[in-house]
Design a protein around this ligand. Structure first.
Ligand SMILES: [Zn+2]
Ligand SMILES: [Zn+2]
Length: 341
């Protein structure tokens, strides 16, 4: 089967190759991939800024249809529409695993990084990592399950956004647009921030019901925050852009004892002023990957129509056109770019 393979460490070394079809083990589900999204991590793997174990098929944000199940599989049958979590290697013995945070296990391994991923025709997954897609979501939308769960984990599990709280989400990319919807689903009042380059993304946000969008180059975000919070500042700041300036502004816009959650990666050391963190007793934390809890909650939110993914899919390419698809991502064209095998 044709697959997009990282052939060796070092920058580049990415090509479409013929790879053997994976074999379905006893507890595995074999999935025919419908679509796989491009993630920032894929770009980092291409540039060798993120460690991978080549030769390996990359791609980890996918959906598809079950074509075969192992003899010990009980929950799935051929024809089921599914997505799966890519972090499928963990020790199940360390403190992180035992407390449900297997996705940050020290022995963590993931499809599309350490073992074969989803920019290809078939993948096999242990049934414990597979989830049925809600009927209302198309297979293309469902390719966004994995990034959705990351955003929901940040907003619900980590930050615990509550009803009536003022939540600023910085960065209207796929993660930000999902985080904003999740915060709203929890009863938060959301301000989504970006720059003039995000005009198209703001339009999608408004289509999703996120009414307050702020172009920080044109509008005074401080004024908007003061007005919406009655002068106290925001309760929560979710940083999805990976821009240092957004961190500074988040700390400034939060109220005393507000909560700051970092979701975007910077990819380098950044300089930010942290004195206000001390003075205002702000709680700052990071959020990475997901938990089973976040998977279940996310899929329920899609089922109820509280998270909509369709408007986030802005282009779909064939596997042979993978380079064009990667260029779209790097040049920030559209929101989510998918590849069909
Ligand atoms: Zn990803
Ligand atoms: Zn572990």
């Amino acid at each position: 089967m044709k697959a997009l393979v990282k052939t060796a460490r070092g920058p580049g070394n990415l090509e479409v190759r013929d790879m053997p079809e994976p074999v379905c083990g006893e507890r595995d589900v074999k999935i025919e991939i419908a679509a796989c999204g491009i993630c920032g991590t894929d770009i980092h793997i291409m540039k060798d800024e993120f460690p991978s174990d080549p030769p390996v098929i990359i791609g980890h944000e996918f959906s598809g249809i079950v074509t075969q199940t192992g003899p010990k599989v009980t929950r799935f049958k051929p024809g089921d529409r599914v997505s799966a979590e890519n972090v499928c290697i963990h020790c199940d013995e360390c403190y992180m695993c035992e407390s449900g945070h297997y996705a940050i296990c020290v022995k963590r391994g993931a499809q599309g990084l350490n073992i074969n991923g989803a920019f290809t025709k078939y993948i096999v997954c242990n049934e414990v990592n597979v989830y049925r897609i809600p009927d209302r979501a198309s297979l293309e939308e469902a390719a966004l399950c994995e990034p959705m769960v990351c955003a929901v984990h940040a907003v619900l599990d980590q930050t615990k956004v509550g009803a009536g709280e003022l939540v600023i989400v910085a960065g209207p990319g796929a993660m930000g647009l999902i985080a904003a919807q999740a915060a709203r689903a929890e009863g938060g009042r959301v301000i989504l921030t970006g720059t003039t380059a995000d005009e198209e993304r703001f339009a999608v946000a408004r289509q999703l019901g996120i009414e307050t969008t702020v172009d920080i180059l044109k509008e005074d975000i401080e004024k908007v925050t003061q007005k919406m919070s009655g002068g106290d500042g925001a309760d929560v700041f979710i940083e999805c852009s990976g821009a240092a300036a957004a961190v500074d502004s988040g700390i400034r816009l939060l109220k005393k004892r507000g909560r700051f959650t970092q979701v975007g990666l910077f990819g380098k050391n950044v300089s930010v002023g942290l004195d206000a963190l001390v003075v205002k007793e702000i709680v700052m934390r990071g959020s990475m990957s997901h938990t089973r809890n976040a998977w279940k909650k996310s899929l329920a939110l899609v089922e109820e129509g509280k998270i909509k993914l369709a408007p986030l899919v802005t282009s779909v390419y064939s596997l042979d056109d993978w380079k064009k698809a990667f260029d779209d991502f790097e040049e920030r064209r559209g929101i989510k770019t998918l590849i069909r095998p």
